[in-house]
Design a protein around this ligand. Structure first.
Ligand code: ZN
Length: 433
C-alpha cells in the first residue's frame, strides 16, 4: 500500500515533492457518547496525529441505565451543537474542510447511530468530501495501532494478533489476521463484562455515571490487610462468614476435551449478589467490600480461565492436548482494549495468569502486551477516524449516502454489508493531496 502511495506522490511545478497529508473528521455516537475528533495523516506508515476531540456523555445515573430513546434525543439535541463548536475552534469551513468524513455505522443503538450518521452525511455533502461508515468494533480493535503514552517505544501490533475487547457493550477475544479478516474466538453468551460490573456496582449502592470505574475505586480503597484476608476466603460454596457464593461460571473442560464454542458468561456475578440480598437485605460496609473484591477477582479470573482454554484449543499442537489446532501460530501481540481494559487489576492478572508459555510456547517476555491509553479505551471518535483511515488506504472504498445504521453487525462481516463503493483513482488522489 505504501509503495502505491509513494508512487502517487505529486511534484509541484518547481519540482518540490509534496508530502502526502490529509485531515479526517470523525464522529461516534453508537451509545451514550457524542464525540467528534480531527486527525491529521501525513507520514506513510506512521499512525495519524490526533489533533483534538470533543465529547459529551448522556447523564443516565438517574435512569439507572441507558434508555435508548433518551440517548437518541440526547444526540439530536447535543451532537450538532458540539460539532458546530468543534468546527469553529478548528476553522473547519467549506474552504478549509477536512478531506474525509468517518462516522460509526454500527453496531449500536439505532437511534444513537442514526443521529451521528445523518450529521456525517450532511457534512460530507456540504463539504463535498467522501464518507466512510465505520464498524465501531474495528475502531476499538485498531486503537492499539496508536502510540501509547505509558508504552512510548512500543511498535504497533503485527498481524496475526489477539485482542481482548472488553467494554460495557461487548466482551470478546478476537484473532485479527488482517484488517478485514477477524475471527471471534470467545464471545459472551449473556451480558458484557462492563455491563455486568456496572449492574453489580449499582446493586451494591455505588453511585456515578461510570459505575464499573466506581467499583474499581471502591475495591482499591479497601485496606491491604483486609484484601489479603478476603483473598483467602473461599466462595465456591456459601460456607463462609459472608454466606456469599460466587464461583467461576461455566465448567472447565477435561484435558483434551474442548467445547465447540468457548464462551464468557457474566450474569452469574449479578445473580450472586441478588441471591445474597434476598437472604440478607442490608449489607454492612465490610460485606460490600468483600462482594466488590470477589466480583472483580472472580470475573477477571473467569476471563483468564476462558482465554487459557482458547490457548489450549488453538495453541501449538504439542501432543499434550489432542485437539490443539495451531490457529494462534505466529501470535506475538496481545491487545487489551475497551472500557474494562482500563481496570488495573485486570491488566495485572492478564500479565501474571495467562498461560502463554505452556500453550503457545511463547515466553512471556516475547509476548507484547498492548494497553491503549485510557481515553482511547472508552468510546471515542478518534478510533473511528483511525479505522476509517485504514479502510481508505487499504481498501480504497467509501460509503454510499443510502447507508443505514446497523444494530447488529458481526465484526467478521465487515465488508459483507451493503453500501460500500469503490473509489476511483481521481477521488482517492484528491484526498491524498
Ligand atoms: Zn465501544
Amino acid at each position: 500500500m505504501w509503495a502505491l502511495l509513494a508512487r502517487r506522490r505529486t511534484l509541484k511545478p518547481n519540482g518540490i515533492q509534496l508530502v502526502r497529508r490529509y485531515r479526517v473528521l470523525s464522529l461516534e455516537s453508537s451509545c451514550d457518547d457524542s464525540c467528534v475528533a480531527l486527525l491529521d495523516k501525513h507520514l506513510p506508515g506512521k499512525p495519524p496525529r490526533i489533533i483534538d476531540q470533543f465529547k459529551v456523555t448522556l447523564d443516565s445515573a438517574k435512569d439507572g441505565g441507558i434508555i435508548p430513546t433518551s440517548a437518541h434525543e440526547f444526540h439530536q439535541q447535543e451532537f450538532a451543537n458540539l460539532v458546530h463548536k468543534f468546527c469553529q475552534k478548528h476553522n473547519l469551513t467549506p474552504e478549509s474542510a477536512p478531506d474525509l468524513i468517518c462516522c460509526t455505522r454500527g453496531p449500536g443503538m439505532i437511534g444513537s447511530l442514526s443521529a451521528g450518521l445523518q450529521l456525517a452525511k450532511g457534512l460530507s455533502i456540504g463539504w463535498n468530501k467522501p464518507l466512510i461508515g465505520v464498524h465501531h468494533m474495528l475502531g476499538h480493535l485498531l486503537t492499539a495501532t496508536l502510540p501509547k503514552s505509558k508504552q512510548p517505544d512500543l511498535l504497533p501490533p503485527k498481524y496475526p494478533f489477539l485482542s481482548l475487547l472488553c467494554s460495557g457493550g461487548h466482551t470478546m477475544l478476537v484473532l485479527l489476521k488482517s484488517l478485514t479478516d477477524h475471527e471471534i474466538i470467545i464471545d459472551t453468551n449473556d451480558l458484557a463484562a462492563g455491563d455486568s460490573l456496572d449492574k453489580c456496582a449499582r446493586e451494591l449502592g455505588l453511585k456515578g455515571n461510570m459505575l464499573g470505574k466506581e467499583l474499581e475505586r471502591f475495591v482499591n480503597e479497601i485496606p491491604e490487610d483486609l484484601k489479603s484476608k478476603f483473598s483467602k476466603i473461599n466462595t465456591t460454596t456459601r460456607d463462609n462468614e459472608f454466606q456469599f457464593q460466587l464461583k467461576l461460571p461455566l465448567r472447565t473442560p477435561k484435558i483434551g476435551k474442548f467445547p465447540d464454542n468457548v464462551e464468557f458468561s457474566f450474569t452469574p456475578f449479578l445473580s450472586s449478589i441478588k441471591q445474597l440480598r434476598e437472604r440478607n437485605h442490608e449489607f454492612s460496609k465490610t460485606t460490600k467490600q468483600f462482594i466488590a473484591y470477589k466480583i472483580q477477582e472472580v470475573m477477571f479470573g473467569h476471563m483468564i480461565d476462558r482465554i487459557n482454554i482458547a490457548f489450549k484449543k488453538h495453541g501449538l499442537d504439542t501432543g499434550k492436548y489432542e485437539f490443539a489446532d495451531g490457529k494462534f501460530n505466529g501470535v506475538k501481540d496481545f491487545v487489551c482494549s475497551g472500557g474494562v481494559a482500563a481496570n488495573s487489576r485486570l491488566r495485572e492478572k492478564l500479565f501474571t495468569d495467562l498461560s502463554f508459555e505452556t500453550n503457545l510456547l511463547i515466553e512471556k517476555q516475547d509476548m507484547t502486551f498492548h494497553f491503549p491509553d485510557l481515553q482511547l479505551c472508552t468510546d471515542n471518535a478518534i478510533m473511528i477516524g483511525v479505522a476509517g483511515i485504514e479502510i481508505l488506504e487499504s481498501l480504497k472504498i467509501k460509503s454510499s449516502y443510502k447507508v443505514l445504521p446497523i444494530r447488529k453487525w458481526p465484526i467478521n462481516e465487515l465488508l459483507e454489508v451493503d453500501g460500500w463503493l469503490k473509489m476511483d483513482d481521481e477521488e482517492f488522489a484528491k484526498i491524498l493531496h
